[in-house]
Design a protein around this ligand. Structure first.
Ligand code: NAP
Length: 283
């Protein structure tokens, strides 16, 4: 049985991915506080002693504003930590799988990004994740990088956008939601399934991996309430200037899975269908 090492396994994506990996592989699922990717010798030692065939590197400082406020910690976690995992991949000859973001682009494009667009991050989080990609490219030949966006999932433990909107809509008559930022909402389960299918192809490289379609935060919130059947809360579209945040957000984070499309692979389903399944049966 092939062996898989996972970092950041207790995060939102890890919770969807690890149970699927357990069906087919021998998995070592690690996370903070015991396994810290910033501690090079310790994490490399643990990976080398497990001797995996694949390393899923999910661990990351994902608080976008937190990264802006503390860039040293952001580079340490997202760039140096990723380099540490890549060094372990090199030593064990394992295939590395890294999850990156649509925030590697500057967001000034009017249309969704494809893999051949030029990265140019506008905030510290995007920059540290992109530098992580470059560390992998420098060190490894056998890697997959998956750029994804506005991930939702987590079921009962969901504290992100979907659950926030459902909770706030239950407590308020009106809600102001940003209508000038565009993304590709992506369901953890769809992301996990697509990644697992792709890693056995041997077609290494960088892929966009998002549910099909794009929407603004306002449009996403509207759809969440529509699916949940909540009608007592009015959503008001506002400009992002109304909310002061530490990190600038790109206007366009939406992406197209262009490479898998060119390869003739099955497209990921539209985000609306995935969202409906998630809200009706949260997993
Ligand atoms: N969520 C999104 O919308 C999104 C979009 C694009 C890309 N991504 C990428 O997808 C990957 C998974 O994201 P996610 O949504 O599952 O994030 P998440 O829920 O924040 O999970 C990340 C996990 O990594 C752990 N971690 C943080 N620093 C670590 C360190 N130094 N050593 C070991 N573990 C550490 C976290 O532990 P603590 O909770 O204890 O800090 C957490 O369990 C990340 O690489 C992220 O950058 C996510």
């Amino acid at each position: 049985m092939k062996r898989i090492y996972v970092t950041g396994s207790r995060g939102m994506l890890g919770k969807a991915l690890v149970p699927l990996l357990n069906l087919e592989y021998e998995v070592r699922a690690t996370d903070l506080p015991e396994y810290d990717i910033r501690d090079g010798s310790s994490i490399i030692g643990d990976i080398v002693s497990f001797s995996p065939d694949y390393i899923f590197h999910l661990a990351s400082m994902t608080d976008v504003d937190g990264c802006e406020i503390d860039p040293d910690q952001a580079y340490l976690s997202n760039t140096v930590g990723t380099r540490n995992v890549a060094l372990a991949s090199k030593e064990t000859d394992a295939v590395m799988i890294y999850i990156s973001t649509g925030m590697i682009y500057n967001g000034r494009k009017k249309y969704p990004y494809i893999e051949y667009d030029r990265p140019d991050p506008v905030n510290v989080y995007g920059s540290t994740k992109y530098q992580g990609e470059l560390e992998i490219r420098k060190l490894l030949k056998k890697f997959y990088i998956f750029n994804t966006c506005w991930v939702f999932g987590g079921g009962k433990e969901d504290k992100k956008f979907v659950q926030k909107i459902l909770k706030l809509a239950g407590e308020n008559k009106t809600l102001k939601i940003v209508d000038d930022k565009i993304g590709s909402p992506t369901y953890t389960l769809d992301l996990a399934r697509t990644i697992i299918d792709l890693i056995e192809t041997g077609q290494y490289g960088r892929y966009h991996c998002v549910n099909e379609g794009t929407v603004t935060r306002f449009g996403l919130a509207k759809k969440i309430l529509e699916i949940a059947g909540i009608s007592g809360c009015e959503l008001i579209p506002v400009c992002s200037d109304e909310f002061v945040l530490a990190a600038p957000r790109p206007y366009m984070e939406g992406m197209i899975n262009y490479r898998t499309m060119l390869m003739g692979l099955q497209p990921m389903r539209p985000w609306e269908d995935a969202l409906e399944e998630y809200i009706k049966d949260p997993a």
